[in-house]
Design a binder for this molecule. Structure first.
Ligand code: KPL
Length: 297
């Protein structure tokens, strides 16, 4: 049995794609026993109805997939891991950086892996999950025990039919995604617009070069392959154009009144700057503006 912790868009996508009968959601406290039922619209073909049971006390999963928000992950995992065998691999699907390292540092002897995905999924209504765009998923180990479980974990998740690959340097992949999210998400949340529209706003045009300069310095200070600010801007804008009509995850959180993941995107970069003595005023400005929006009015 594959257990999924976090029944948001991504958790529901994996649950719908993995073989029926081999997947269950981890229940929240006070969860009803009724299976989680929803409609799933695949990339091709008709909508299907899906019913995913909740994991029961007696079931011991062979794999735990964690699709919670970055800020919820440690608290959601803590009670669960006191019951989970030490040998069960745990795959973290969080956005940004920071939460994955905290989990690996808290349980260094467990098989902890991290994943990054470009699969698109959204929930236009509570009862419907849409597989909105085909992507790729990379998985790599964060702990030595995770290394030993990597190929088995990739094999298990590949049963979904989604494209999934083992990655020997997952931190580098997570950084590549972080750069894109740091250059798009906060702008879309502040300007309240789809990804492509930020490119035409003077606010974005004013701050993107100094932001890329900060990120370039942070990459070098973090022993990541160096990237010039201009190359970072090109990479960010290529994704903004490719996903022009998309609502970013941060804008979606904001519109739904959920806390955003700013602390794990630009917030991670600002913390890293403080650690390495690198000034990050643009990241800080974006954090402040998003936090202002996060605050209930
Ligand atoms: O990953 C994304 C997100 O919204 O978090 C991007 C790449 C910006 C696509 O929307």
């Amino acid at each position: 049995m594959i257990a999924i912790l976090g029944a948001g868009s991504l958790g529901r996508l994996w649950a719908a794609k993995l073989p029926a009968g081999q997947v269950a959601f981890v229940p929240r406290p006070e969860q009803s026993v009724e299976p989680l039922a929803y409609h799933f619209r695949p990339l091709q073909g008709p909508e299907v109805s899906v019913q995913i049971p909740w994991l029961t006390d007696v079931q011991s999963p062979s794999l735990l997939v964690v699709t919670t928000k970055a800020g919820d992950t440690l608290n959601a995992l803590t009670p669960l891991l006191s019951q989970l065998p030490e040998s069960t691999p745990i795959v973290l699907f969080q956005n940004g950086l920071g939460s994955q390292q905290r989990v690996a540092e808290t349980w260094p002897h467990r098989p902890i892996l991290a994943a990054t995905t470009t699969e698109g999924a959204n929930r236009p209504g509570d009862g419907l999950t849409v597989h909105a765009g085909q992507g790729e998923t990379w998985i790599g180990a964060l702990t030595p025990a995770g290394e030993a479980q990597l190929s088995k974990t990739v094999f298990t998740l590949a049963k979904s039919g989604l494209s999934i690959q083992a990655e020997s340097d997952i931190l580098n992949r997570l950084w590549q995604k972080l750069v894109i999210n740091a250059g798009i998400n906060a702008f879309t949340a502040i300007l309240n617009c789809p990804n492509g529209e930020i490119l035409n706003h003077s606010f974005y045009q004013q701050w993107i070069d100094p932001l890329c300069h900060e990120i370039s310095e942070l990459l070098s200070a973090s022993s990541q392959p160096p990237r010039a600010p201009t190359a970072l801007r090109e990479a960010i804008e290529a994704v903004a154009r490719k996903t022009a009509a998309n609502t970013s995850s941060m804008r979606a959180d904001r519109l739904a009144g959920r806390p955003t993941e700013i602390d794990f995107i630009n917030g991670y970069l600002a913390r890293l700057g403080a650690k390495h003595g690198i000034d990050t005023p643009v990241n800080q400005m974006l954090i402040n503006q998003v936090k202002q929006l996060d605050r209930p009015s």
